[in-house]
Design a protein around this ligand. Structure first.
Ligand code: N01
Length: 544
């Protein structure tokens, strides 16, 4: 239901009218800008940071690296780009990914369409003019027909409200907001809070530098070895010889990647123990997410999932020499329910004499003071603190905005019970607003560049259709939105993803409504669904 509120009156003096205003100059915003320009549309990007790259601009903590192979985690929209760009490693590190984003911005002449250091503060839909009026934090404003949120599903760092944290005398870093100057932990006592994907990558590197490292773990993490290596030139040449088809095959994969080693189409329960062990071991040696494809039901059957979980716990026991530490590092939840981490020497790091693990699962961090923190009846002293505590994922960035749709409906009211949307792309009450890789789409479960390219292409086609038909607005219906929300929930119920507390569910943020946010239905099915909607004249949307 639309809830009329005291409508924020749209400001009267628009600086200029755009076809498209895009929020964010990460991989989503860059491609959206390029696409819009190729269609002759007037587009502008607002970017809060001083440069492009989004996630890869901010997440520059030690060890930051993509967990999908570089040859797959890259744009496919331009043949010359994908042929000419050379990755140096199997899994690109953050500096290389940032160079790639900068290369794309330069290659396609995108910088003059981006306002850097410009944080969007809010936007209101002017119903009479059928335009969005978008405000930046510095007071500048723009009128635009379409508003595209390319602000990323993981772009608002989660900083837990630990009592006394402000009293801590040393430096405090967050993995998602890492300084641009080198951080030197040499000889220092460092504490890391959190053991998700960011921590799992940072911990082995920090441990090599720090005098002492203490890791505060609330939930143990499953990590599969990345087996990162310099990119094999023969492998690269093989893929590039047939890159378009390689990309097309990936778009038919559940996660938009992995066609080199497709999932085994057999249930783990149909295999003998020896066959299972062999299949797990083979994929463990390949590394990365390959292990989740060892059988076809590891993320849908709790029984099959438990077999893989035990296999990985066996690896942890075989790696970590101290039995008590190995036990603490061994997760008990379903594997893959929180995103599987991909590591380079994570468990091995706990064999180092300068690394300690502190369990805060039963007795949480109580308070900080100038010297460190207090938990479990004892004080831990350290010189520097790293928060690897993740993100207010999928909705955090949108909910920090003063975003108002029809009749002044705020996004906070609209999403009070969770991020209602249709196809992940549109929101009833918020006409002409599109969301790239947000809740309700397969974003979090997909090679995100595949997800981004798909969304950008769909949005571009949709705008072309609207313009060709002479319409002014497109808006999801509440009925379509309700049906889509049920579709997203039903897809999650067919998996193991509801069996643990994860950011997919909003469970990592105190007070956040519990709603399973990404679509666990697989990218090909989702893309087919979006294509069908378009083919049927944008069924579920109202075009006026
Ligand atoms: O964040 P997380 P992340 N007290 O939410 C703990 C992507 N990514 O930045 O599990 C104590 O996973 C929290 O504990 P718990 C990827 O999609 C990709 O690591 O909530 N601990 C958890 O251990 C990933 O899933 C890459 O019990 C607290 C940790 O902090 C997503 O980003 C690399 C706490 C947060 O883990 C997020 O990953 C990095 C508290 N109050 C990230 N609050 C690659 O491509 C939170 N924690 C490889």
């Amino acid at each position: 239901m639309l809830q009329p509120m005291s409508a924020a009156k749209p400001p009267a003096a628009p600086a200029r009218a755009l076809d498209l205003l895009i929020v964010g100059a990460g991989f989503g915003g860059l491609y959206m800008l390029h696409k819009a320009r190729s269609m002759g549309l007037q587009a502008l990007v607002l970017e809060a940071a001083p440069s492009v790259g989004g996630t890869w601009y901010h997440n520059r903590y030690p060890g930051a690296r993509v967990d999908i192979q570089s040859m797959e985690y890259s744009y496919s929209f331009d043949e010359a780009l994908q042929q000419e760009w050379r990755w140096t490693e199997r899994y690109a590190g953050q500096p290389e990914l940032l160079r790639y984003a900068n290369h794309v911005a330069d290659r396609f002449g995108l910088r003059d369409g981006i306002l850097f250091d410009t944080r969007m503060q809010g936007a209101a839909f002017d119903e009479a003019a059928q335009q969005w009026v978008v405000r930046a934090a510095d007071g500048r404003q723009w009128r635009t027909r379409f508003l595209v949120m390319a602000s990323g599903p993981l772009s608002s760092p989660n900083r837990p409200d630990f009592p006394g944290l402000r009293d801590f005398a040393g430096p405090v870093f967050h993995t998602a907001d890492w300084p641009h100057e080198p951080v030197d932990f040499s000889g220092q006592r460092v504490a890391v809070v959190g053991t998700g994907s960011s921590a799992v990558q940072a911990i082995p590197i920090i441990a090599q530098q720090a005098g002492e490292l203490t890791v505060f773990q609330r939930t143990a993490a499953y990590a599969a070895p990345a087996r990162n290596a310099p990119l094999d030139p023969d492998f690269e040449a093989r893929i590039k010889a047939d890159y378009a088809n390689f990309r097309a095959r990936n778009r038919r994969m559940h996660g938009g990647f992995g066609n080199l080693l497709p999932p085994n189409p057999v249930s783990a329960l149909a295999a003998t123990p020896a066959q299972r062990e062999a299949a797990f071991e083979e994929r463990w040696q390949v590394g990365g997410f390959a292990i989740l494809g060892a059988f076809n039901d590891l993320l849908t059957s709790l029984e099959s999932n438990a077999l893989l979980a035990e296999f990985v716990r066996g690896k942890i026991r075989g790696t970590v020499s101290d039995a008590a530490t190995a036990a603490l590092l061994s997760p008990t939840h379903t594997i893959g329910c929180k995103r599987l981490c991909v590591d380079s020497g994570y468990y091995e790091t706990f064999n180092r004499p300068n690394v300690r693990l502190v369990d805060v699962s039963q007795r949480p961090i109580e308070r900080f003071d100038a010297r460190g923190l207090h938990t479990g009846g004892r004080h831990h002293d350290f010189d520097a603190l790293v928060l690897a505590t993740g993100f207010d994922a999928m909705t955090g960035t949108m909910l920090r905005l003063d975003l108002r749709g029809r009749a002044g409906l705020s996004i906070q009211d609209k999403w009070r019970a969770g991020p209602l949307n249709y196809l992940g792309l549109g929101i009833a009450g918020f006409p002409n607003l599109f969301n790239i890789a947000g809740p309700g789409s397969t974003s979090a479960f997909t090679n995100v560049i595949v997800a981004i390219e798909h969304h950008v292409d769909w949005i571009a086609e949709c705008i072309a259709h609207i313009d060709a038909q002479g319409h002014g607005t497109i808006e999801a219906t509440e009925a379509a939105e309700a049906a889509w929300t049920e579709h997203v929930n039903a897809a999650a119920r067919r998996t193991v993803f509801l069996s643990c507390n994860s950011w997919y569910l909003g469970a990592n943020i105190p007070g956040k409504p519990r709603m399973f946010m990404p679509l666990a239905d697989g990218f090909p099915r989702y893309a087919d669904h979006c294509a069908t909607v378009a083919r049927k004249g944008y069924e579920g949307f109202v075009l006026q």
